[in-house]
Structure formats: C-alpha cells, structure tokens
Design a protein around this ligand. Sequence first.
Ligand code: HAM
Length: 427
Amino acid sequence: MIQKPKGTYDVTKEQSETILYIEKLLKTVMDNYNYNYIRTPLFEASELFHRGVGETTDIVTKETYDFKDRGDRNMTLRPEGTAGVVRAFLENKMYADPDMPSKNWYYGPMYRYERPQKGRYRELYQFGVEVFGSSDPMMDAEVISIPVSIYKLLGLKGVKVKINSLGDKESREAYRNALLAYFKPHLDDLCDDCRERYQKNPLRILDCKVDADKDYMKKAPTTIEYLNEESKTFFENVQKYLDALGIDYEVDPSVVRGLDYYTHTVFEIEASIEGFGSQNVLCGGGRYDGLVEVIGDKKVPGVGFALGMERLLSALEFEKISLVEEKSLDVYVIPVGEEDKEEAFFYTQTLRMNGFTAETDYMNRNLKANFKQADRLNAKFLLILGEEERKAGIYTLKDNREKKEYKIDKEEIVDFLDTQIMEEEHE
Ligand code: HAM
C-alpha cells in the first residue's frame, strides 16, 4: 500500500473537529484585534527565502523543498510565512494604503525537510501574523499578546513567554564583533557548520545543535550586553506595554531565534508541561525592521510571529483539554421503503436549507438498522417517512431522547423543530 510521505500526517474525524474549532477561534481573535487575512502561494521563487530568511539559517541551507518547474525556474515550497507575506506586501503596494499599520494574519502549511520526530514535521501548519509600518514598541507587545490570548482562550496553562532583544543594526553589529572575538579561540573546536557560520553569521553558532552542550557555548556573550541606549529604551518599552496588559514573561538572553531577519524584540512561548518533550517551542517571532528593505527597496518596519498547530494540539492533549463535544445530528430522516426515498431525500435537503443538521440513509438499511444508525449519529430527532406518511403529508417525528412520538403536517415540521431545538440551545 502506498503510504503517506515521511514527516506528514492525516487529519481524520475526531481531530478534524478540534482543528476546525481552533481555526474558528483564530478567526474570531483576529477580528477582535482588527487584522486582515492574507493568503500567499505555497511555493515562491527560491531566491525569496535565500534573501529573506537568510543564507545561514538551517531552514534555508538544509531543509527546503526545492524544485525546478517545467520552465526551469528555481522554486521552493515555503518553509515559513514571513518572507512570502513581505513579498506580497511589496508586490501589492500595500505600503501605499493610508490605513497603517498593515496588520495581516495567515494560516496554512509550511514545508521543512527536517528529521521527523514528535513535534517536528515536514509538513507543518502555522498560524501567524505580520504587521508592517509601525515602529512603536506597543506593536511588539500587541503581537506577543496574540498567542498569549489564544492559549488562554483555549485553556492552556503551562505556557512560558520568553523575550529578548537583538537590538538595532548598530547593536547587532557590536554583538557580532563580540561573538567573533569570543569564538576565535574556539574555532578548531567548532563543528564544520559552525566554522562556516563564524564567517557568515556568528549569531547562528548559538543555535547549533551539535555544540550546544559545550561549556564555552553556555558562556558566550549575550545580546543584551551589547544593546545601545536606543535599543535598551525600546526593549524597556516593550516590557512596559507587556506589563500594562498583565502578561507574564521572562527576559531570556538565550532566545536568539533561528532565522536571520530579526532586530530588537524576539520572543518564544514554550510549553512548560512536565514530560512534553524536546520540541516544546509553541510559537516564536519578533521584530524585523530590515527585512522589507532586503526583499524590496522600501524601508518599512515589521513585526510578527507564527505558532505551530501540531505542537498546540499536543499541548492541549497533554493538558487533557477537550474543545469539542461529541457530534450530534438534529434530524435523521428514514425512508421506510424504496418508493419513499425520493421524498425523504428531498425533505432532508429542506431541513438542511432551513439550518438543521440532517442526514438520511444511503445504505438501504432496514428500519431496525436505521434506528441503530440514528443512535450512532447521536440524532435528536428521527423523521420516519413511509407510504402512509407520504400520502397523508403527515410525518412521524420521534424525539430520540425523550422517546416521544409526534405526527406532524410536513409543512409545520420546520417550525416545530425550530422551537424544540432552539429551546434546548437556550437551556
Ligand atoms: P519558527 O520559529 O521557525 O518561526 O516557527 C514558528 C513555530 O512553528 C515554531 O515555534 C513551532 O511551533 C512551529 N514549527 C516550526 N517548525 C516546525 C516543524 N518542523 N514541525 C512542527 N512545528 C514546527 C517562523 O517560522 C517565523 N516565520 C515566525 C515569524 C513570523 N517571525 C516573524 N514573523
């Protein structure tokens, strides 16, 4: 049998309800925050990610799904959402809109050729936001507050917000030089990748998985020590606004993020649940004031984040949070004989068009088997349609829970169900 590709997964019946519930909540939260939905292609010119995400990041150097299309163009399945949204922002001249900042949200699959393990997939779903045009630290705090609110609304308790600052261009340059000086005596000891990172972007040495446990890695200088006055003030203001929202966070200098585009604020939210596993970063993001200029030539500040759906789902599972109730059906329509099918089929459709969840039998079951099926579907009402009912235009409606039976004119059933089901929903 052909199996699914490594690092991918199928979503079926039970889990799909939870996912749809979360998606609905994400849309509501984004409406409340006044963000606009944006959708960009699953594949882009490879160059976008090389320029945008960075030549020295793992997701670009080792993990992209690259292919040549039939026109010999180099294409890449998007490993993340930010670069594509920045491109769309530029290409659609969204910077010319006087309604600023431009607040965008997205949701969809990303592709990374990683070594699959729990919490790490090759096709992963991200929900994220990208905001353009505001240099106000209040914007950073708003962006951080979004995943915090989402986790809270879902009832997740074991989450820890970690923030850090990489500073502006000048601070980053000072830090880069400090890292170059610091790692120089350890050059021979670094792994091959890190020796290359040393040349291109020494910051990336800090998220090396091979050398992570070495003592000198733990003692490396931190970004905060190299922030200039302006960057320090900016970071203090982000914290002031987070405090204003009552958000708990921890300043953690080890948060440097694995992508090249960040300036100033960076943050991650971790699942701090006992036994959750190593892939515990639920979401990450930060400010990227230089990225729009790198991709297009407009100087527009940006800030955003993305959260992983798979890790969110396993955190919910870990905390035993169940979001959806057992599925039920308003009406199950049962045709008694072959000649009743047409009218039953039509009446099922009528019920659906009137806003009820309705189903009929497509398996030619006998009456007894249909009663069983109605129970399987958790049907509130059964509508039984036999020759007698059909001819009189008066149907038999059974309340499956109260075990009551009614004979109702077919023209009046919708109203009857309306009062019955609506009353129940208000109880
Ligand atoms: P990222 O940290 O690479 O950032 O990914 C964000 C989140 O996606 C992670 O925290 C994790 O929950 C999830 N994730 C990443 N890779 C995998 C994987 N292989 N399997 C399962 N989940 C995964 C970004 O992608 C940035 N674009 C975030 C951002 C937006 N920064 C500014 N704006």
